[in-house]
Ligand binder design. Structure first.
Ligand code: TEU
Ligand code: CA
Length: 566
């Protein structure tokens, strides 16, 4: 399999608005990121994925772009981006930008022209349709709530939006629009960025019938995914997109292609795939029912998690590399998402770190995950900034969920949790800003912060740094180049696998439970790394403490499946 330049890299996702504020306006910016490059280099970061910093009215915090060619003044200037790319390179770090081409902002010049004249060339850049029987063209529900159709003034013309009404979808059926996008994409690649994370790309193809479907809820609507996600024919667009842009550069492209099945991973991210890699959502949506209602959570356990993990490993490692992640800007913090409240701490955080950094594929660390940052509970729905949270709350109340329970569900799942300002130190504003931060800090910054953890050899940050050093050094061959095979551990809650490259082999195991559990072993092993005390080796194997991870090397001979040694 081809060995792309990015296969052994560490990717770090930054939500620029919440990372570092250089001018005291309470909003993170590019100069703030430039100032933190030494911190990122010390962590071992190779690639930075920046959430969108283009001009935006911020209805969806930058995922509503009004000008693809320029940096929004709140984040700085175009020259700041040029400086960031150059400075990052000096620190051995490359930049991925966030490409949002399913939709623009409703303030984009194209959309404004379309509103002024539905017969204008720009109007054909969007999906405009006449209403039916005095109402919207069909009954599809947008991801941020309500109809996907927004009426244009007093006319009987509507425009389509997968997400919020401030995010009109682009009409990918129009080759002139597509060429405009390709030109913009090539322009950014010419500026020396390493590539893109591609936003919501599975929504660019809609069922051309735009037929209504039987409702999936009391509101008489059906989720937009039914006719507007990963529809037949999307591959033609994605193939052309790659041919006209990415394939002309040795760039990294990571798709947020929701709604694709594991057996479609090859088409999206195999050797001849549309993208370098494609995110998989099996693990991060393990706690959701089929239609993403936060107020109808799905119960899961460690065995469910283990099955999802190995299904994803199998699907991605068999065709190439997958982006492994436990956090992003749309998710709650992983410690709150995957670990029982009473078990949140160094052991569980370092177990998740070991899983993330030793799985097959490319690790994506989200800002603050390396510190063990956690959710910051809110006591009222009014304290939430995120439009998706507000919509989910409305739907919960409409479904008859009692307000306190609805608030609890929002506190479990809100996207705000990953957007609280980065916690640099215990000083005023956590070192994020000298001004009033745009989103409330998590009060635990007084103890959970980079400065304190950099000084503490037993901190979560120190653990990430050590393990990343090991991954890039002593364990490079098995972790960056080795295969991954499940290591059966019977009915326990242990997730275990081998990583093998030629004659080199290690066994990695995680006790995803709050009780001592024995990892069945045949033969003697050396402990290369663990987040806890050296395990007791009994006749049956190694006794792992709650949330203990181990990287073991067999003292002689390869490791057979299931613990027996040949
Ligand atoms: O998220 C896409 C997104 O929200 C959908 O994948 C949704 O989560 C899924 O279909 C279940 O409902 C991207 C960005 O990550 C997010 O921050 C933006 O709000 C969104 O697109 C719109 O650009
Ligand atoms: Ca600022």
């Amino acid at each position: 399999m081809n060995k792309p330049w990015w296969k052994d890299k560490i990717v770090y996702q930054i939500y620029p608005k919440s990372f570092a504020d250089s001018n005291g306006d309470g909003i993170g910016d590019l100069k703030g990121i430039i100032g933190k490059l030494p911190y990122l280099q010390a962590l071992g970061v190779d690639i930075l994925w920046l959430c969108p910093v283009f001009c935006s009215p911020m209805a969806d915090n930058g995922y509503d772009i009004s000008d693809y060619e320029h940096i929004d003044p709140m984040f700085g200037t175009d020259e700041d981006m040029t400086e960031l790319i150059a400075e990052a390179k000096r620190h051995g770090i490359r930049i991925l930008l966030d490409l949002v081409i399913n939709h623009t902002s409703d303030r984009h010049a194209w959309f404004q022209a379309a509103l002024r004249d539905p017969e204008s060339p720009e109007a054909s850049f969007y999906v405009l349709k006449k209403g039916v029987n005095g109402g919207p063209p069909n009954n599809w529900r947008a991801i941020f709530g309500g109809s996907v159709w927004e009426r244009i003034g007093e006319t009987d013309l509507y425009y389509y939006h997968t997400f919020a009404k401030e995010q009109p979808d682009l009409n990918w059926e129009n080759p002139v629009l597509r060429e405009e996008l390709y030109r913009m994409i090539r322009g950014w690649l010419e500026k020396g960025i390493a590539g893109f994370r591609i936003d919501a790309i599975a929504f660019i193809k809609k069922d051309p019938e735009y037929a209504s479907y039987p409702p999936d809820d009391a509101d008489g609507m059906v989720a937009v995914q039914r006719g507007g996600e990963n529809q037949p024919g999307i591959g033609d667009f994605l193939k052309e997109l790659k041919e006209q842009t990415f394939s002309k550069y040795d760039c990294l492209t990571v798709a947020e292609a929701t709604g694709i099945s594991l057996d479609e991973v090859a088409a999206f991210a195999g050797p001849d795939g549309y993208f370098s890699m494609t995110f998989n959502f099996l693990l991060c949506d393990i706690d959701l029912t089929g239609d993403y209602r936060w107020y109808e959570p799905r119960k899961w356990d460690a065995k469910d998690f283990r099955k999802c993990f190995f299904d994803v490993m199998e699907a991605t490692s068999s065709v190439g590399y997958g982006p492994n992640f436990f956090e992003n800007h749309d998710l709650p913090r992983s410690l709150n998402h995957y670990i029982p409240e009473e078990d949140i701490g160094f052991m569980s955080a370092s177990m998740l770190a070991t899983l993330l950094l030793t799985a097959h594929g490319v690790p994506f660390i989200y800002q603050g995950e390396e510190l063990g940052m956690t959710n910051a509970g809110r006591s009222s729905i009014d304290e939430f900034e995120d439009l998706s949270t507000r919509d989910q709350h409305e739907r919960a109340i409409a479904a008859g969920v009692p307000p306190e329970q609805a608030l609890l569900y929002m506190n479990q799942r809100s996207r705000d949790h990953s957007r609280t300002p980065f916690q640099w130190n215990a000083g005023p504003g956590a070192g994020f800003s000298t001004g009033e931060p745009w989103l409330k800090l998590n009060p635990n910054y007084v103890t959970v912060n980079a400065e304190a953890e950099e000084k503490d050899p037993d901190s979560i940050l120190s653990y990430y740094r050590n393990l990343i050093r090991l991954r890039k050094g002593y364990l490079y061959n098995v972790l960056c180049d080795g295969d991954l095979r499940e290591y059966k551990t019977g009915d326990s809650d242990i997730i275990a696998y081998t990583r093998t490259n030629g004659t080199e082999s290690v066994l990695i195991a995680h006790n995803f439970s709050s009780s001592d559990t024995t990892l069945p072993l045949g033969g003697a092993y050396e402990v290369l790394l663990t987040n806890g005390p050296a395990p007791d080796f009994t006749a049956g194997g190694a006794v792992l403490k709650p949330y203990q991870s181990v990287i073991l090397r067999p003292e002689n001979g390869p490791i057979a499946e299931g613990g027996a040694r040949n």
